[in-house]
Design a binder for this molecule. Structure first.
Ligand code: GDP
Length: 294
């Protein structure tokens, strides 16, 4: 995960730690390299600018200059600022125990949305929750079948209907969830290759109709800043609650993970780390920052 960024930072920090004491110039030179490494990892340039300014302000203060291990202190500051950048601000996905929890997954085609629906259902079933999946991605021809196949594989029911009217499918799902005493209803929604108005309108209509408790935006981490730009557009239209960042096992450089919270104001809640159903993890900023810093 983020090998290039980790290697670059490791080299920079090994160099800083190797010096007995640090001058202002040493710190500034080191941070210039950190800046380059972050930009090359495709982190949004405005975020990089603020990040470096913040780290520099702290690193040039007494806490580092007077320290016996100044290089180590700089690493600590970078770690803390990375955690801040990805802060989840207490966001926690909770399945209610006294009523149905409704979740909508939104995002572009290919982002891993359908897979994430099944992963999320399986993840919470392990915790004793009874999930059901709803196939509302009626435009991508294979999406409904794909969800049905995944549902069958993991033994979780999938609601689908031979109609393009997603509100009708949603109504059936809601009454079925009620009948079957389901706790968690997960809606897969329309995805296109590019954002388009009719898709957004349909998803917005579905949102108004079902009043979900949570909306997750599914973003493909390997697409870097594109994922962040798309996230912003989805946020403006749908005000999602959090992000599921997929394909972190692929050749993601880190840009999406490090920028999405600062750009949209909404945190990453889960990460997809493979194609298998079990490849879903809750996102912890401190663990991610540790991974990045190696
Ligand atoms: P959708 O069009 O957004 O519903 O996307 P899909 O769920 O069909 O996923 C698109 C492709 O990405 C599929 O081949 C998935 O197996 C793959 N995929 C989804 N999540 C992950 C992940 O976390 N890691 C990897 N490596 N592949 C993933």
């Amino acid at each position: 995960m983020f090998e290039n960024l980790s290697e670059r930072l490791d080299k920079i920090f090994r160099n800083l730690r190797g010096k007995g004491y640090l001058t202002e110039d040493n710190i500034k030179a080191g941070l210039r390299e950190v800046r380059m490494a972050l930009l090359e990892a495709d982190v949004n340039f405005r975020i990089v600018k603020n990040f470096i300014a913040e780290v520099e302000k702290r690193a040039l203060g007494v806490e580092v200059m007077k320290s016996l291990t100044p290089g180590q202190q700089v690493v600590k500051i970078v770690y803390e600022q990375l955690v801040n950048l990805m802060d989840t601000e207490g966001f926690q996905f909770k399945v209610f125990n006294n009523r149905l929890t409704k979740v909508m997954l939104v995002g572009l085609q290919g982002s891993g949305k359908t897979t994430a629906c099944a992963k999320l259902a399986a993840f919470y079933r392990k915790k004793g929750i009874k999930p059901m999946l709803v196939a509302c991605d009626v435009y991508r021809p294979a999406a409904v079948d794909q969800l049905k196949i995944l549902g069958k594989q993991i033994g979780i029911p999938v609601v689908s209907e031979d109609t393009k009217n997603v509100l009708k499918i949603a109504d059936s799902a809601l009454s079925m969830a009620d009948k079957e005493m389901v706790n968690l209803l997960i809606f897969d929604t329309a995805g296109r290759l590019h954002i388009d108005e009719p898709m957004m309108e349909e998803v917005a209509r579905l949102k108004t109709h079902i009043k979900p408790d949570y909306i997750f935006f599914v973003a493909d981490a390997t697409t870097g800043q594109d994922a962040v730009t798309i996230a912003k557009e989805f946020y403006d239209k749908l005000a999602f609650d959090a992000v599921i960042l997929t394909k972190l096992d692929g050749d993601a450089r880190g840009g999406a993970a490090l920028s999405i919270k600062a750009v949209t104001g909404k945190p990453v809640a889960f990460v997809g780390i493979g194609e298998k159903i079990s490849d879903l993890e809750i996102f912890y900023p401190d663990r991610m920052a540790s991974r990045i810093l190696g």
